[in-house]
Design a protein around this ligand. Structure first.
Ligand code: SAM
Ligand code: SF4
Length: 328
């Protein structure tokens, strides 16, 4: 079993299956886009499966596919099936912007996907198009409905909260949990290679940061009740509106350390194991795989390199990669 130097068992792997995306969210990518990795740098499906297989033998039980946008990668349904079939893997989930979810939800569910997290930062169509630089919120709604109707539940909705961008929608978003059994998860903005001018009308990224403490005070009128940590809640601190079928979670990478219970490793689209989202340290496995070598020592090295906690408070910002490379 994989255990790091601080005694944390490692049971969860996030895989970025592509660095490409069909949106350009202001806090994630510059408007002109970024140079994509060449095809030969990106792990092939068999290579991703080979990594997951070795990890499953070492105790990894949950795999989340992310990106870039995972649903733009051709054959994603086959990849889900291949991973779900690996002995030991109990849970395969996916984080998506939802644009292509209506098209794929049924096939993904049949292939063995259990759940989806959908990113949705605003309920307003025009604002959504501006934040994502061209996205259609209606498509995301249809995607969420399709996911639900095909049993990809509970649907979790990720909201990155930004001052003067979408902070005035917190109450509306939270109230969705009174009518739907969804988990709305409010996430603090992270300074990962996005401290540039986002465009006219946007605050500077450092000013856009909106802390969980501020979110809780905006949501005070709802009388939120803290609920015990549930399986699969990950780093979210969870609450509910009394009597509501859904839940409200808060993810605070900056304001509150969630590192203590971190059980995850990340695999980038170009085949590097990343011990911590918020540190640039990586262990490359692609060439070892391609040379037919044993990747287990590299996996063990990545686990051994997991830091006790991230160093954002010390202003050691990760700057080698963007969020769409790492997968969030
Ligand atoms: N494209 C997919 C999506 O948007 O859901 C998956 C990849 S995206 C990088 C994963 C998650 O990271 C999304 O929920 C997105 O909102 C979040 N994210 C991206 N940049 C972020 C940032 N700077 N701070 C906090 N969350 C961020
Ligand atoms: Fe694409 Fe997701 Fe980044 Fe938005 S947050 S640009 S959807 S990868």
């Amino acid at each position: 079993m994989l255990q790091d130097a601080y005694g944390r068992p490692i049971t969860y792997l996030r895989v970025s299956i592509t660095d490409r995306c069909n949106l350009r969210c202001v806090y994630c990518m510059p408007e002109e886009g970024v140079p994509w990795q060449s095809h030969e740098n990106i792990l092939r499906f068999e290579e991703i499966v080979a990594v997951v297989r070795v990890m499953a033998e070492q105790g990894i039980r949950s795999v989340r596919l992310t990106g870039g946008e995972p649903l733009v990668r051709k054959g994603v349904v086959d990849l889900v099936r291949m991973i779900a079939d690996i002995p030991g893997i109990e849970d395969v989930s996916l984080t998506t912007n939802g644009i292509l979810l209506e098209k794929y939800a049924a096939d993904l569910a049949k292939a063995g996907l259990k759940r989806v997290n959908v990113s949705l930062d605003t309920l307003q169509a025009e604002k959504f198009a501006r934040i994502t630089r061209g996205g259609c919120v209606e498509k995301v709604w249809r995607g969420i409905q399709a996911a639900e109707s095909h049993g990809l539940q509970p649907v979790k909705i990720n909201v990155v909260v930004m001052r003067s961008v979408n902070d005035e929608e917190l109450l509306d978003m939270a109230r969705l949990t009174q009518v739907h059994p969804w988990h709305i998860r409010f996430i603090e903005l992270m300074p990962v290679n996005n401290r540039y001018f986002w465009g006219p009308g946007y605050p500077m990224p450092d000013d856009a940061y909106f802390s969980i403490g501020e979110m809780l005070s905006v949501l005070q009128p709802l009388g939120l009740q803290r609920i015990p940590k549930s399986v699969g809640s990950g780093p979210a601190r969870e609450y509910c509106i009394p009597g509501a079928p859904g839940k409200i979670g808060f993810i605070s990478p900056l304001g509150e350390h969630f590192c203590e219970n971190c059980n995850r490793l990340r695999l980038t689209a170009d085949g590097c194991l990343r011990p911590c989202l918020l540190s640039d340290t990586e262990v490359a496995v692609r060439e070892v795989l391609r040379a037919g070598g044993d990747i287990l020592p590299h996996i063990q090295q990545a686990v051994a390199l997991k830091p006790e906690g991230h160093e954002l408070a010390l202003e050691h910002l990760p700057n080698r990669r963007c969020m769409r490379d790492i997968g969030g």
